[in-house]
Design a protein around this ligand. Structure first.
Ligand code: CA
Length: 228
């Protein structure tokens, strides 16, 4: 089981990784909020141990951003702060559990065990980006009063793009994640579905565009004055 540790005090981050690795987990550390968010979004981790006071982006923002993008990875917030409002803010932002520093190794391990058992309890039913909302249950894409229904593959492609708005998604990533082992699919299939999605997004009158970055992949961007 892979655990991401986001903690800017390197000694503490390394100590936590050491405890986790000794307990049979595979732990890796990030030392600021922004790189922690990018790593947590990668889908490689089964749980995140997240400090609150972090450079670049605090732990509350990281977990809020993860949940906004539909990522339900279990998060254990770690902080020196003990006030009730901090605890409430952390849980409201979408954290699964909360632990105050200093702590003992057995407590960390017990909480992580409970957290990874509960995986999947956070129910995310829609993703939003700018004026677009994607319903994860019905596969309807909405913009204001308008909505269109997405086919299975269109939905999977857009869900990946909307879940990864802080990075570029490559055609190969889309091919692997959406088409899997379907041997007939190629990068042309990805291009075809992106083209269908562009037509639907355009039809909705959204300010969002799927931008192609040559040789790199795709990214969602917002054009403020489109159609104005
Ligand atoms: Ca810190």
């Amino acid at each position: 089981m892979n655990i991401l540790v986001v903690e800017d005090e390197r000694n503490l981050a390394d100590a936590i990784c050491h405890i986790l690795n000794d307990a049979g987990y595979h732990a890796e550390a990030c030392y600021d909020g922004r790189s922690g968010l990018t790593s947590a979004e990668s889908g490689l981790y089964d749980a995140v141990v997240l400090d609150v006071m972090l450079p670049k982006m605090d732990g509350f923002e990281v977990v809020h951003e993860l949940r906004r993008k539909g990522n339900s990875v279990p998060v254990l917030l770690l902080t020196a702060r003990t006030s009730l409002t901090d605890k409430v803010e952390g849980l409201d932002a979408g954290a699964d559990d909360y632990m105050t520093k200093p702590f003992e190794a057995p407590e960390l391990l017990a909480r992580l065990r409970a957290l990874t058992r509960r995986q999947g309890d956070v129910v995310i039913d829609e993703l939003s980006f700018a004026d677009l909302t994607l319903d994860l249950t019905t596969h309807d894409l909405k913009c204001g009063e308008k909505e269109v229904h997405l086919s299975g593959k269109e939905f999977e492609v857009l869900r990946m793009l909307m879940s990864s708005t802080s990075r570029i998604v490559s055609k190969q990533d889309l091919l692997t994640r959406v088409w899997g082992t379907d041997g007939d699919a190629s990068e042309n299939s990805v291009e075809a579905y992106v083209s269908f999605l562009r037509k639907k997004i355009n039809h909705l009158g959204s300010r969002v565009q799927i931008t192609t970055l040559r040789m790199l992949g795709y990214r969602l961007e917002v054009f403020e004055n489109l159609g104005a």
